[in-house]
Design a protein around this ligand. Sequence first.
Ligand code: FUL
Length: 491
Amino acid sequence: MTRQALVRMKRLALRNLLALCGLFAATSGPAQAWVERAAKVAPHPRQIAWQQLEFYAFVHFGVNTFTDREWGTGTEDPKIFHPTALDARQWVSVFKDAGMRMVILTAKHHDGFCLWPSRYTEHSVKNSPWRGGAGDVVREVADACREAGLKFGVYLSPADLNAPSYGDTEGYNTYFKNQLRELLTQYGDITEVWFDGANPRKEGMKYDYFGWYRLIRELQPNAVIFGMGPDVRWVGNEGAHTRAAEWSVFPSPVPLEQFHGGDSTAEDLGSRAKIASAPHLLWWPAETDVSIRPGWFYHAAEDAKVKSVETLLDMYYRNVGGNCTLLLNVPPDRRGLIHENDAAHLRQLGKVLQSTFQVNLADAAKVQASHQRPEAPASAITDANPATFWTTPDGQETAELTFELAGRRTFNRAQLMEHLPVGQRIEGCALDVWIDGSWKEVATATTVGYMRLLRFPEVTTDRVRIRITGARWAPTLSKLGLFREATAPRP
Ligand code: FUL
C-alpha cells in the first residue's frame, strides 16, 4: 500500500468515527467525496495569470463608430472609417490611470470590417482613408500597450456579415483561422482571445471551435480563450450583476477536451446541488463585460450617460471583489480618442482605487489560528508574499483567525484572498472587530475565491477576527487586507 493510500484510509477511518459521533453526518458519503473533488479542481497557470489582471479595458471601435449603430450589416463602405486624431497612447494612458492591466480590442466585429490590414479580405482599414490606407489599429494599440506595460487581447467575432463564405462551413472556417493566425503571429503576446456568442447566426454554419483552440494553444500558449472557449466564462449578463456565491468550478456535461462553452446565465451555477449531479467539473472562472456607456460603440448622444465614478467603483467592489474579473468597455469616439467625460471618470476612479488600496493596515499584524498546518501557518496571511498561504488539517472545514494589528487602525474595507493553485474552497466567512470589550460582526460573505472585498462602516480597533464558517475542503487564505476608502460615506 502506498503512503498516500494509507493516509487516505486513516482519514476515512477518522471520518467514520466522527460520523458515528454525529459530527460529520451531513457531509459524509459519496456526495461529500464529490464536493472534495470539486474543491480540488485547480486552475491552469494561464488562468491564474489572467485572474491577476483583475480589471481591464474593452474597446469597441470600427465602422459602427461612424454609422452610429451597435450592429453593422457588413455592407458598409470601408471609406467611412476615418478617425481624425486616433491616438492609442491616449487610450492606454487613460486605462492605466484607471488601474486597468489589459486592453481587449474588437479587431473584427460582426460586420466583418477588420481594424488590421488582413490579407484575406478587402473589407478593412487598408481601403479606408485613415493614414492613407496604410494604418493598422491593432498594431497601434498592441504597441501602446506594450510600451505602457499593459497586456493585450483581441475580440474576433465568429460571425462575419461581410465574408462571402459566411455560412459555408469549410470555406469560412479556413478564412477565420487565417485571420486568427494573422492576429496571433503579427502583434506580439496576446493574453486573451475573445469569442462572443456568435450572433447573428447563419443557417447551417458550424464553427470549428477545436481547430481555433488548437491554433491558439500552438501560437499563443499563454492566452486564455473567453466565452465560446474553455478558459474564461461569461458572467452571464451585461449589467455587471454578480452572484452572491461565484464558484470558479463549473459543472459540465462533457470533459474539457470536448468543451466549447456552456450556458452561464443561471443564478446558481456551482452550488453543492449543482455539482453533485455533474458528470465533469471544470475550472471555468467568470469575467464580467459591461460598458461605461449604454452602448458598446461610441454614440455622441450618450456623452452625458457615462457611468458615474460611484457606479464604477461599486462595480469594481462587486466584480473584482466577487471572484470575477471586470472587463469595462470604453469606446473611442470618431476622432479616435477616449472622450473627455469617460477619461475624467476613469481617472477619478483610478485615484480612489490607488489611494484606498495603497496601504494595507493589516501589514505586520500577529495572527493566532484555531487550526493550522506547520507548513501553512496563519502568519502566511500577513507576510505580504502572495505565494504563501494558511490552511487547516484535512477534515477541518471551519476555523477562526485572530489578528492583533500593529496598533489602533481605522478602516472600512477588507480583502480576503484564497490560494487558488489548490482550488476554491471557502463557502462562508465573517469578519468581526473588537469594539468596547467584545466582538462585533461587521461583514459576512459566502465564497472568496481569487478575491472577496467587504464593505462596512468605518471602525477603529486593534483586533480583528475572521471566521471561516464553511468550506468544501480544508480552507486556505493567502491574504488579509484592511483598507480605508477615504471618500466612502461616514457612518
Ligand atoms: C455581444 C455582441 O453582439 C455585442 O455587440 C458586443 O460586442 C458584446 C460585448 O458581445 O455578443
